[in-house]
Structures are given as structure tokens and as C-alpha cells.
Write a protein that binds this ligand. Structure first.
Ligand SMILES: [Mn+2]
Length: 287
């Protein structure tokens, strides 16, 4: 793990295990080098870890105490300032190394800009990419950079990965056309419900990479994020979708991205931390 810095204070407050023995391995990606509007995603991983202090490790709904599960937190990737491609290379190499050491672990990225999801997807080679996001992220290039956060789903689609998107409510005509031409299915936030989710995700090939851009949620839940948009999904919308995926599909990687902010206890990080516990709790029912 050459590219990591791992301050003790930046880790989850659990009895953690070695990544070679972990069912879940947390990796922070504190990158915000191409943020367009609201800065602070570099603090996302730290803010999410801190927000977990507020939560019970017992996930009520599942009767699972996640502090009893084998979780590793390997710290944060040392980012290459201003360079999303080089930073994503470090994410890819770190995840590759991790999977070599423990092919059974579930890597969980906490971010940080959505651009960094590309590195994890390149390492894990899923057949499908299921994403909750306010935005398509299907631009060919943005601000002269094909690895900008606004291009991540385009780069992933070019790898031949099937995509389904939920919570979309912002994009360009070109992105809509690209989605149509390339068989990328999506559900507008306004039309989102559980049945619409299942209909699109059911036929997708496995394994699946699940990415949560925190801006998929309604703005009231996630005020601190790089490109906030009104009119998003509810917390339970996303939790129910995660539960279905965990039960029905093989998931190879998970991330919660675009959490920003500057203050401990930020609402956005609290939303992200709770979601993290639901994901680990849902997966942990079978461990
Ligand atoms: Mn987004």
C-alpha cells in the first residue's frame, strides 16, 4: 500500500482488523482537485469517519452490530493535487493490491470527488455499474479534462461496463443522447420509486459495483457537496435499493462519494455515515 497515509485519528472508531482478514475494507480518497462549485470534498472521508461516532454500531433494522464484524480501515490515499487521473491510478493500484491480499474483502471508498470511482472500477472490473447521482457524469470532457468528476460515468461506460442511474435531475442534451445511444438506462429523481429501480437493475449482469454520489439525496440531507441539486431522493429510497442489491446481486465494490464540508458534525457527513452503516449492516447479515 505505497500510496497511503494512515493517521490513527482518521480511522473508524471500531476494533479494526487487518485488511487480510477483513470482510470490509474502508479506503478514503480525499481528492477535490476538479470540484466545480462547492469545495471541501477533500475533507469528506474524515468527516464521514467522525460522523460515525454519533451512530450506534447496532443496526436496529437488521439486528446486526457492525462493530462485531471484521472491518479494516486502511486510511486515505495520498492524492496527487489537481490530478484526478494520477490520483485514480493510486486508487486502482491500492485496490488491486488489497484484492490480491484478500480477494474476499469488500472495498468501500469514501470520497472525495466522484472522479475517483474510476480507479476502483478499473481495479474490480465489474460487469455493471449502478449509481445514485443527481448527474449523469457522461460528459466526454469537462474543463479540458476527460477525468473530471463530470466524466466518470462516461469513462466507465467506455470500459464496456453496463450502467443504470438513479436520482438524475441534471444534465446536458448530449449526455441524454449518449445514454440513449449506449443503452444506459436511468430514472429521473422525480420518477424514482422502488419498482423502477428493480426493473432496471434486475437484468444487469453481475458482479455489480454500487456507487452513491451523495448529491443523489435531497439537498436537505446533503447541503455540503460539490454540485448540489434540489429535488433529490429520500434516505429510505436509497437504503431499500441497497437492501435489494445486497440480497439479489453479487456486489464487488461500494462507494459513497462527493461528501464535502468543513465542520465536524456536518449534516452531509451524518447522512453518509448512516448510509455506510446500513450498507455494512445489510452485507453483514450473512457473515
Ligand atoms: Mn453528482
Amino acid at each position: 500500500m505505497d500510496f497511503l497515509y494512515t493517521y490513527e485519528t482518521l480511522k473508524l472508531e471500531f476494533p479494526l482488523v487487518n485488511p487480510e482478514k477483513a470482510a470490509f475494507t474502508i479506503l478514503g480518497v480525499p481528492f477535490d482537485g476538479t470540484t466545480s462549485f462547492k469545495a471541501g470534498a477533500r475533507f469528506g472521508p474524515t468527516l464521514i469517519r467522525h460522523a460515525t461516532l454519533n451512530l450506534e454500531s447496532y443496526v436496529l433494522d437488521y439486528d446486526v452490530d457492525i462493530s462485531q464484524l471484521p472491518i479494516a480501515d486502511i486510511g486515505d490515499v495520498a492524492v496527487v493535487a489537481g490530478d484526478p487521473r494520477k490520483t485514480a491510478d493510486r486508487v486502482r493500484e491500492t485496490v488491486e493490491e488489497l484484492m490480491k491480499a484478500n480477494p474476499k474483502t469488500m472495498p468501500i471508498l469514501l470520497g472525495g470527488e466522484h472522479s475517483q470511482t474510476l480507479g476502483a472500477v478499473e481495479a474490480l472490473k465489474p460487469a455493471s455499474y449502478v449509481v445514485f447521482d443527481a448527474h449523469f457524469d457522461l460528459r466526454d470532457s469537462y474543463e479540458d479534462n476527460p477525468y473530471n468528476h463530470a466524466c466518470v460515468a462516461r469513462r466507465i461506460s467506455e470500459l464496456g461496463v453496463k450502467e443504470a442511474m438513479f436520482g438524475i435531475r441534471s444534465g446536458t442534451r448530449e449526455e441524454v443522447e449518449y445514454a440513449e445511444e449506449n443503452g444506459i438506462q436511468w430514472v429521473h429523481a422525480r420518477d424514482y420509486d422502488f419498482d423502477a429501480f428493480v426493473e432496471l437493475v434486475k437484468p444487469l449482469p453481475e458482479p455489480v459495483y454500487l456507487s452513491i454520489d451523495i448529491d443523489a439525496f435531497d439537498l436537505s440531507l446533503v447541503p455540503s457537496t460539490g454540485t448540489p441539486e434540489a429535488g433529490g431522493l429520500s434516505f429510505w429510497d436509497v437504503v431499500e435499493a441497497i437492501e435489494w442489491l445486497v440480497e439479489k446481486k453479487r456486489i464487488v465494490g461500494f462507494d459513497i462519494m462527493e461528501v464535502a464540508g468543513e465542520n465536524l458534525g456536518d449534516v452531509t457527513a451524518l447522512t453518509a455515515a448512516k448510509l455506510l452503516f446500513y450498507f455494512i449492516g445489510a452485507m453483514g447479515r450473512d457473515i
